[in-house]
Ligand binder design. Structure first.
Ligand code: GRF
Length: 171
């Protein structure tokens, strides 16, 4: 069973739902996250929590194999990370270790990179630096702008996240 933590649109969450991944609960720190509606439409329990102790308490009601961060815009404390060591994963819109943090598409364009993509990694105490599980690449073209790159990278994310989660749940 997995829990999915979101803060916003939830397009990655939608991809997991559409792919038939079983989700015990969707948690958002933001009551207006559109992803909450996506989960509710799919009949998945949702909770809105911003306090980390409450978050831990809620997650402990479930037997979770994985905690999946999908656009969750909060940094987890070392305490949280230690409770779920190697069981928290995140998807990041760059080829880590390049471009941890925000504005990854703009940074890749500004640097004149030929390739870009997304990375799935285990979450550790340090932002966007945990062990890499999977990456998917694309070539940046001359006509790519930030919006186009974001869409192209998200298409890669949606396919890679459910494939990787299935593999992790089987192992
Ligand atoms: C994704 O691009 C992911 O890489 C990043 O946040 C974004 C979330 O998008 N961590 P969505 O909420 O899944 O649409």
């Amino acid at each position: 069973m997995i829990a999915v933590l979101i803060s916003g649109q939830g397009t990655n969450l939608k991809a997991l739902i559409d792919d038939g991944i079983e989700i015990a609960v969707v948690v958002s720190n933001n009551a207006n996250a559109y992803g909450l509606q996506r989960a509710q439409s799919a009949g998945i329990p949702t909770v809105c929590i911003s306090n980390e102790d409450e978050l831990i308490g809620t997650l402990q009601n479930y037997e979770l194999d994985l905690i999946v961060l999908a656009g969750y815009m909060r940094i987890l404390s070392p305490h949280f990370v230690s409770l779920y060591e190697r069981r928290i994963i995140n998807i990041h819109p760059s080829l880590l270790p390049k471009y941890p943090g925000l504005n990854t598409h703009q940074r890749a364009i500004d640097a004149g990179d030929d390739e870009h993509g997304c990375t799935i990694h285990f979450v550790t105490e340090e932002l966007d630096t945990g062990p890499i599980i999977a990456q998917e690449k694309l070539l940046i073209t001359n006509w790519d702008n930030v919006d186009m790159l974001k869409h192209r990278v998200q298409a890669l994310e949606h396919a890679l996240y459910s494939k990787t989660i299935r593999t992790l749940l089987r192992s």
